[in-house]
Design a binder for this molecule. Structure first.
Ligand SMILES: [Zn+2]
Length: 88
């Protein structure tokens, strides 16, 4: 997040945790202004929720595809190694 005043970088210096939300206190490294943010669960009705879900779905699919590809390569290597040791 960026400072609403000057656009500088915000640093978290305190947070208060509740059951279903977190309040964070942040200060601007450039102008020193303090801001408070609230972090909480998204609801279906919230603005941006469907876009966020679509984005995460896309990223998860890419992540799993990458993992699957990596796993296949490893299995192939492993099987060739075991067949080598079998012949010896
Ligand atoms: Zn600032």
């Amino acid at each position: 997040m960026k400072c609403l005043e000057c656009g500088g970088e915000l640093k978290i210096f305190d947070s208060r945790k509740e059951d279903d939300y977190v309040i964070r206190a942040r200060y601007c490294k450039s102008c020193g202004r303090i801001f408070y943010t609230k972090e909480q669960f998204f609801n279906d009705q919230d603005e941006g929720y469907s876009q966020l879900r679509a984005l995460i779905k896309k990223r998860r699919a890419a992540y799993w595809k990458k993992r699957e590809d990596g796993g296949k390569k490893k299995t192939q290597k492993g099987s060739s190694l075991s067949s080598d040791s079998m012949s010896i």
